[in-house]
Design a protein around this ligand. Structure first.
Ligand SMILES: [Zn+2]
Length: 309
């Protein structure tokens, strides 16, 4: 016999299943008269709220149990152990069918939610990918312009690790490198934004989105997912989590890079030269910062920005 489970229910109060149209408080059922389990019930700890068993005059109050349906269509509630007692092995099959339906419903739900999320993720990806390409090119230009200033580059990254805060000894003696008494007080002499973009390279993320994430999302196929076994589906859901994190990461990169790379913000890097570097190196780095702020070190962006006339 083929059973059509169009619903799998979980009841948390007697009132809800007692309101079902075919529900009866008492039912006498013999072997072969049980059709299926409609749902499970799990009631609160207060015994007054437990369900009085409707099966074969059991009349016991049960906290956990099932709502069952007889072959004539009538329904009642039974305790979780009463079915095995009254129906013997027949009940095991009924429970197994019910559990299969519960699992199938859970699987369909997770597939539906994955496919919904796929649309959302693709929309985010299409929006962020071109922006990520632009910001990657700008970051590469910035790195290309300053990476060779080794001392500046090192100090810049130290400040980034402090969240974009430039800290220096309160009193600047003639030679900054003279080891201090150990009591030197550090004060904040500068601050810049978007510092995390220096610590977590995001310049390849747009390629990952285009080469890996988009094709993966587009290849998701409802029919294949429905026929996949649970282990495979779990694997797909885990991968979906990874894809989502890559999109999150790209969005963060774009936000941080666009904050970091404004001229105003780059100008805020100057205290690194003044307070954290030797004078000779500082002069070079400062000159490059000025050129950058004046737009002399960045090339016009390539194909990503080019509007062909
Ligand atoms: Zn019972």
């Amino acid at each position: 016999m083929k059973h059509q489970f169009d619903e799998v229910l979980q009841f948390e109060s007697v009132a809800v299943f007692a309101a079902r149209p075919n529900y009866v408080a008492q039912l006498q059922l013999g072997a072969g008269e049980l059709d299926r389990i409609i749902g499970k019930y799990e009631l609160p700890g207060d015994k007054a709220l437990w369900a009085v068993c409707g099966l074969n005059h059991c009349n016991t109050q049960h906290r956990y149990g099932y709502v069952i349906c007889a072959k004539d269509g009538q329904e009642t509630n039974i305790g979780k152990d009463c079915g095995a007692r009254e129906f013997d092995v027949e009940f095991e099959e009924v429970v197994a069918r019910f559990q299969k339906a519960v699992d199938a419903h859970a699987k369909i739900r997770s597939i539906k939610s994955l496919l919904n999320e796929r649309g959302e993720m693709l929309a985010r990806l299409e929006k962020i990918s071109p922006q990520a390409q632009i910001q990657s090119e700008r970051m590469r230009q910035f790195c290309g312009a300053f990476q060779h200033q080794r001392s500046f580059w090192t100090q810049l990254h130290k400040c980034a690790k402090l969240g974009g805060v430039v800290r220096a000894a309160a009193r600047q003696d003639k030679d900054w490198s003279t080891p201090g008494s150990g009591r030197e007080q550090l004060v904040t002499v500068g601050r810049f934004a978007g510092s995390s973009v220096l610590l977590d390279d995001g310049t390849n993320l747009h390629q990952t989105l285009n080469k890996t994430v988009r094709p993966w999302l587009q290849a998701l196929d409802e029919t294949a997912l429905v026929s996949a076994d649970q282990a495979d589906l779990d694997g797909v859901l885990r991968e979906a989590g990874m894809m989502k994190r890559l999109i999150d990461k790209t969005e963060k990169f774009v936000t941080q890079a666009s904050i970091f790379l404004t001229k105003e913000n780059i100008a805020q890097l100057e205290p690194i030269c003044t307070h954290l570097m030797r004078k000779y190196d500082a002069a070079d780095a400062r000159a490059d910062l000025e050129k950058w702020v004046a737009g002399e070190l960045s090339r016009p962006l390539g194909k990503v920005q080019g509007k062909k006339k």
